[in-house]
Design a protein around this ligand. Structure first.
Ligand code: THU
Length: 137
């Protein structure tokens, strides 16, 4: 969602957008639907949902869908990502998503939520200590 005023949405707006994206999840195999809302430095929000398929292994998580959509649209600097699942306990990003979010988003603010409210908040560097990245190549 473009933000013409350059305003930054508040966390609850991002949660709403991630919940809405979650409704588009293709989760026929796990039934575990996830939505994500990724915020850029200028306040633009790009959403994603998990996409599964019959090979299982080619599944892409909501967070990576959001990041790849954003990169494909030319966005390069990010501040926050909200991740929503229908679980009482927080649903944190998987290891593969942490790696991709770190590579392209750096030390993002990560907000976790379920269908009723916020369940957690972290910095990506705390979820991915000692990352492998381009500085090591
Ligand atoms: N999933 C996500 O989309 N994001 C997460 O943070 C955790 C897991 C998806 C992958 C798969 O489609 C389903 O949830 C069950 O693992």
């Amino acid at each position: 969602m473009a933000n013409s005023e350059g305003d930054h949405p508040d966390a609850s707006e991002l949660v709403t957008l991630a919940r809405r994206a979650r409704e588009h999840a293709c989760a026929a195999y796990s039934q575990f639907k996830v939505g994500a809302a990724l915020e850029t430095v200028d306040g633009t929000v790009i959403t994603g949902c998990n996409i599964e398929n019959a090979t299982y292994g080619l599944t892409i998580c909501a967070e990576r869908v959001a990041m790849f959509k954003a990169l494909s649209d030319g966005h390069r600097r990010f501040t926050r990502i909200v991740i929503v699942a229908d679980t009482e306990a927080p649903t944190p990003p998987c290891g593969a998503c942490r790696q991709i979010l770190w590579e392209f988003g750096g030390d993002l603010d990560i907000v976790l939520a379920n269908l009723t409210g916020q369940t957690g908040r972290h910095r990506l560097k705390d979820l991915l200590p000692l990352p492998f990245d381009a500085r090591l190549l």
